[in-house]
Design a protein around this ligand. Sequence first.
Ligand SMILES: Nc1ncnc2c1ncn2[C@@H]1O[C@H](COP(=O)(O)OP(=O)(O)OP(=O)(O)O)[C@@H](O)[C@H]1O
Ligand SMILES: [Mg+2]
Length: 319
Amino acid sequence: MKIAFVGKGGSGKTTVSSLVARFCASKGFPVMAIDADINQHMARTLGMSIDAVAVPSMGIEIDRIKEYLRGTNPRISDNASMIKTTPPGTGSRLIKVTEKNPIYDYFLKEISPEGSGKTISFMAVGPFDEGDLGVKCYHSKTGSVELLLNHLIDKEEEYVVADMTAGADSFASGLFTRFDITFVIVEPTVKSVAVYNQYKEYARDHSVLIKAIGNKAENEEDEAFLEDAVGSDLVTCLSMSSFIKKTDRGVHVPLKEIETENHNALSKIVSEINSCIKDWPKFYMQAAEFHIKNAKSWANEAVGKDLTKQIDPDFVFSR
Ligand SMILES: Nc1ncnc2c1ncn2[C@@H]1O[C@H](COP(=O)(O)OP(=O)(O)OP(=O)(O)O)[C@@H](O)[C@H]1O
Ligand SMILES: [Mg+2]
């Protein structure tokens, strides 16, 4: 399953996505965690030491990803004509969550937050660099994640967890349609609920499954506020947590020590993920739709080719 965590700045995207990744990994399931944010905090939140945080940037070295994924697809003549939305076709290389390939060999770091040998495979888009300023936007960096997800054949009990940029930024590209479920993290504030409503609005036209997770609820009043403001999309609420606060102070605590109510909340989130139904035809259709949109609006002109021809009518996703 591909899972995105979005929400207002500071709402708890990195915290909750990391906890969900740890929860699933602690149960022995394969987990891939992707830090798709400009502010790179996920590795540390997952318990990686500060020295080890410098993982290779998928955004900066996107060409390595393109080179491998395009394989021998005759519709993609070179890396330059492979844009973030280019869908796989005959000859492309599809990847699995657990396998050995040159992309994982280079970008992926194994993290073992519970120290039990049960690991999380971690990758990061990487920071904004100086070359981006005024020239590109961060979308060209998160394009590396979009490409990867477009070629990733994940199964039901495999969890690909992405920590996304704040605000509605993720909706500016096709990336937001690449997930089986998107969780909006909502604090018990009017501003945070407003961001949730904004997401809901964007998602409506694109048949994207959106659910909300309340966070930092200090009392029943906070929970009631969220239930009232969000309604039935609210999966669960995490409370203000001293376990999480310890992480902020640089103390790494095993997940088994998290408060019972927050353990139960994580369990509800994972049940919600498990209830999603994979829809590969929809996944491909949306990829093609966004590719055509991008090709027509900027990429055909930028690359000097008709990139809509990259869509392979004979291609079907198969595991
Ligand atoms: N349930 C919680 N209890 C206590 N503190 C929390 C909780 N959730 C998040 N926090 C704290 O709130 C702060 C913001 O959380 P986090 O970094 O996860 O948010 P974010 O949405 O990823 O932020 P950004 O938009 O900067 O990426 C952190 O200091 C985090 O430890
Ligand atoms: Mg964050």
